[in-house]
Design a protein. Sequence first.
Length: 323
Amino acid sequence: MIDRRTFVAAASAIPVLPFAAKAQRNLRVIGWLHHGGGFGSSLNSFRVRLAELGWIEDRKITITVRAAQNDPERLPHLAAQLVRDDVDVIVTLTIPATLAARNATTKIPIVMAGTGLGVDPIELGLVKSLARPGGNITGLTNTPGPGYVQKIVQLLKEAAPRVSRVAVLRNRGIGELKEIEAAAPALNITVIDAEALTPDAVPAILTAALAAGANGLYTSPGSINFSRGPFIVDFARMHRLPSIAADRDFVTAGGLLSYSTDWTDLRRRCADYVDKILRGANPAELPVEQPTKFDLAINVHTATAIGITIPNSMLARAPEIIR
């Protein structure tokens, strides 16, 4: 979350290699389309892996970045720009970016660098199946399928059994919300929908959730929440809210818990897809990958600060504990 929060210059400030220069130097062009603005860590991991695979920037490839700065209305225009730039492949971060790219082209290969939790790329019509996508879109998802989001909230309840009203701070989409609501009766919790569609809306949304009786917080991984990471962490600590996120950096920044896959590994695996496509692979025949490894991280210092004691059985299962 720390790197994702770091401001990155707007896409317009990043030089774009004209098509003629691309042809003259025989460079392959990779488009990078992102809903948010802070993506330094993700892009760096992607670049490093590409270099390991032999794709050296300014020698064999160039990367054209287009970032919407959390304004979804910009995404169709930015996706169209990448198509006009005649890029060889488009990498998309977040489902809104993928949808915009899909609407802009059915010919240029699109590689998803992770999809939103609770989002099914088959239901959205992005791919025909995970095993055989069947079109110009392939890549990776963030979630292993149904049950993952429920597991996250279950861990929050295990760490703080008194939690009874959980605010779900989400940015867009209702997949996660539905999963948590489905698990709510068994966990003996009430779900408070806290949808924030812009970074500026986050403070008011959290304040409203608190007024509605929230005594626990689940923070969805999304560019808007990433951009307001410090505020979310401080808000939860100030109001003594046990909190959990599907992102390890949340705990590093001072959040209580996280249960997540390795985002760095996802971006690196995305580079493997790009490598295959640049070498001639058909995206229609490259299976969509789901993450298989998830780790629990706990910030014991935060637990002490908000007055809860993490069970020893839970501490024993956590690969990472911040004291």
